[in-house]
Write a protein that binds this ligand. Structure first.
Ligand SMILES: Cc1cc2nc3c(=O)[nH]c(=O)nc-3n(C[C@H](O)[C@H](O)[C@H](O)COP(=O)(O)OP(=O)(O)OC[C@H]3O[C@@H](n4cnc5c(N)ncnc54)[C@H](O)[C@@H]3O)c2cc1C
Length: 381
């Protein structure tokens, strides 16, 4: 394990990490199997995390948050990953809340942030559609103004927290002829929303306990006051402005998973023997693991630098895309190479490395695919 001290950690954060770790072990990791079977976490865990102030730790206390900064969120994302959790959707929840915090009207912030912070409301963000994933300009979900309301029609796919979500940031087209300027974000309260339907929870390769769903909107009415920021046509700009928060979050999770996989693999290869000696004493094992460890330590330096930049309000979209790209690609490589050392056991789901391998694959796809990250980076060159 890379034991270098993280620059963004301090003694208060160490204490905070101890609390988060205890919570994650007892209230999250312990339920992993049950949640995987039922395909969603229990609602109760959201309330408990909210009571401890973990959900929106970086939101000002005026809005019900804990008044911390991004370091507190980084600790949560790391601890979830170290514990092997891929079910609890605190990530998308925090993203949804940050749209409201940074882009919402004062009324929207006052109304929704305290409920999201306490876990009374669970958040989701619905961008992707059957025919519009990477290319969000292809969004077909329409929001048409009718008096004091918008009427939403369309559908979304692959929406994390989709089954449990109480508040969904929905990407809509308010003017289909205006390209990017015709996109608007609507805040949809799902409870008692006629015409809103959650489809089935999708069967996935990994991340089985996460409720990834299809959503359907059939003349769903949303008050005009729930247009994010109160101005039509700003949706695309809103999406772009929040990308660094989301992409770094994905990078942090990947980093912690890489570190966990290397720990597990070093331990296993020191114990498992073949041809009379531990696997770890074979040159191939040593060279492969040394190589991965070197890449992990380099990646950690970059992730920590990005966390510090985010805390300082200086992380730009291109750098955030680099961290998402590099960590996603490295995560998948590390899972594959590490799994190989487990031989047949590495194909058995009861071994954590197997689960981690399956869970990791989507990292190169969601939150913007690796190819889209490269496009963004190349455009800046
Ligand atoms: C488990 C899971 C959870 C998800 N959670 C959410 C969520 O909470 N909210 C949400 O809105 N979405 C979510 N998604 C959707 C995810 O963000 C999209 O799947 C992703 O953006 C890719 O879109 P797509 O699936 O339509 O693929 P496509 O856009 O059809 O892409 C297919 C392939 O073409 C490549 N490609 C596309 N455009 C280009 C280009 N210009 N240059 C080079 N290659 C290109 C892509 O990189 C990819 O390899 C989730 C997906 C999964 C699997």
């Amino acid at each position: 394990m890379n034991t270098a001290k993280k620059r963004w950690m301090d003694s208060d954060l160490e204490l905070y990490r101890d609390n988060v770790r205890r919570f994650v072990q007892t209230e999250i990791a312990a339920h992993g199997e049950k949640w995987a079977k039922q395909q969603h976490v229990d609602r109760e865990v959201w309330r408990k995390a909210g009571e401890l102030g973990l959900l929106l730790a970086d939101v000002p206390d005026d809005f019900g948050g804990s008044g911390g900064n991004y370091a507190h969120m980084a600790v949560l994302f790391e601890e979830l990953a170290y514990a092997g959790d891929r079910a609890f959707g605190a990530h998308v929840h925090a993203i949804a809340a940050h749209y409201i915090l940074n882009l919402g009207t004062e009324e929207q912030k006052a109304k929704y942030l305290p409920l999201l912070a306490s876990g009374e409301m669970i958040g989701a963000i619905a961008m992707s559609e059957p025919n519009a994933g990477s290319d969000l300009q292809g969004t077909r979900t329409r929001a048409v103004r009718d008096g004091d309301e918008y009427v939403i029609n369309g559908s979304k796919i692959f929406i994390s927290n989709g089954y449990l979500a109480d508040l969904i940031v929905v990407v809509t087209k308010t003017d289909p002829d205006a390209g990017a300027k015709g996109v608007s974000l609507m805040l949809l309260e799902t409870k008692n929303a006629p015409g809103f339907k959650v489809g089935r929870i999708l069967e996935k390769l990994g991340q089985k306990g996460q409720d990834t769903c299809e959503l359907f909107f059939d003349d769903v009415r949303v008050p005009v006051a729930n247009l994010l920021g109160g101005v039509e046509g700003k949706g695309f700009y809103h999406l772009m402005s929040e990308l660094p928060y989301e992409r770094l979050m994905l990078g942090i999770g990947a980093m912690a998973i890489i570190e966990r996989a290397l720990d597990l693999t070093v331990t296993y290869t020191k114990e498992r023997k073949a041809f009379g000696k531990p696997l770890f004493e074979m040159q191939n094992t040593r060279f492969v693991l040394a190589n991965l460890q070197s890449q992990a330590v380099m990646a950690r330096a970059f992730v920590d630098d990005c966390i510090q930049r985010m805390i300082d309000g200086e992380l730009d979209t291109v750098t955030a895309s680099m961290v998402k790209l590099n960590l996603s690609e490295l995560e998948c490589k590390v899972m594959d190479d590490c799994l190989q050392f487990f031989g047949g056991y590495g194909y058995m789901l009861e071994y954590p490395i197997t689960q981690m391998y399956a869970d990791a694959r989507v990292q190169r796809i969601y939150g913007g695919t690796s190819e889209i990250m490269k496009e963004i980076i190349a455009r800046s060159m």
